[in-house]
Design a protein around this ligand. Structure first.
Ligand code: NCD
Length: 326
């Protein structure tokens, strides 16, 4: 892919005054509606640039440390692609087993090490609150790429960007979240983020043991967003504008027997989707296991592959923003 130098006509440049320069991204609670519009505006420009020139030198000379203590395909590779499309480079630490973590090094020491070499750290870690701990220890920006069952803020930003690009709005939406709402960090962040918009209604559909966390529901209720809980999809589906499907998070279960009981609780397929609107979308953070049948993939409402691509633009935007170049 050809590399172009930044030039005067680029919609980007040095902007170290912007509020987000040098900041950590730990929780969606940090984002006001104005912030979201700013991020989406930059993501939209990134999309245009990738389509026009592919790769360009906005972050030339900058280094990202991609530190993953849990498995990842999309989040890890899209941050790598984002940094490289912006002309920067990446220290990948996907296999912590080959790093000093196996010698007993603490997260704090690992982060302090990486910030000697990198300008920004992306962290995925199995413990809730780990990203905040790392951010406190580090002088360089830390971006939370998933902290246990806590939050996944960059996923929620790309999810809302997807809704905005696909449906043309983020207000007046009936959103149904389906699956593992207890352990799924993506839905914890997404429900919180959606509550910044007007006319949102959120339906939660899950097995009894995987209901949405009370803490999240209380925060969303405080914003005046109506919420309803169901154990089956039937009632909520016909009114739904966005169906957000999630995987049952096998790795978070203490008792494998409990997982076996709920693993196949919901399957989205063409027959199930018959009563749904024609102009709605089906999203999934991926990976999927059995919760969306491959028979549904060719339906125009299946937005989950497009959603992955939007993730690249949002992560490019976030890197440019925290490094003061948006
Ligand atoms: C999600 C995650 O890691 O929380 N994946 C992702 O980042 N796209 C969802 C999941 O693992 O089920």
């Amino acid at each position: 892919m050809p590399t172009q130098s930044p030039s005067a006509h680029l919609p980007f440049g040095e902007n170290k005054q912007a509020d987000w320069y040098g900041k950590d991204i730990i929780s969606v609670k940090q984002f006001s509606r104005d912030d979201l519009e700013y991020v989406f505006g930059v993501a939209h420009e990134m999309r245009g640039m990738v389509e026009r020139v592919g790769t360009f030198d906005l972050l030339k000379g900058k280094i990202l440390a991609n530190l993953f203590y849990e498995p990842s395909t999309r989040t890890s590779s899209s941050f790598t692609a984002a940094m490289e499309r912006l002309g920067g480079s990446v220290i990948p630490i996907n296999e912590v087993k080959y790093s000093s973590v196996t010698k007993g090094e603490t997260l704090i020491d690992t982060v302090r090490t990486l910030e000697c070499y990198a300008d920004v750290i992306v962290l995925r870690h199995p413990e809730t609150g780990s990203a905040a701990i790392a951010a406190k220890a580090a002088r360089k920006p830390v971006i939370n790429a998933g902290d246990g069952i806590g939050e996944h803020p960059t996923q929620a930003l790309l999810d809302t960007f997807t809704i905005s690009e696909e449906l043309g709005r983020l207000d007046d939406l009936n959103v149904t979240m389906l699956g593992d709402l207890k352990y799924g960090r993506t839905v914890h962040s997404l429900a919180r983020l959606l509550s910044a918009f007007d006319g949102i209604k959120i339906n939660y559909v899950s097995p009894e043991i995987l209901r949405m966390q009370k803490e999240v529901m209380d925060e969303v209720a405080e914003k005046g967003v109506p919420q309803a809980e169901y154990s089956s999809l039937e009632k909520a589906l016909p009114e739904t504008d966005v169906l957000y499907v999630t995987r049952v998070q096998k790795e978070r279960f203490e008792d494998p027997v409990e997982y076996e009981k709920v693993k196949g609780a919901y399957v989205i397929d063409p027959a199930v989707m018959k009563p749904a609107k024609k102009d709605m979308i089906v999203m999934h953070p991926l990976p999927r296991v059995t919760e969306i049948s491959m028979d549904f993939d060719d339906d125009p409402r299946a937005a989950y592959f497009r959603q992955m691509e939007y993730g690249l633009y949002v992560r490019m935007a976030l890197l440019a923003i925290v490094l003061g170049k948006a």
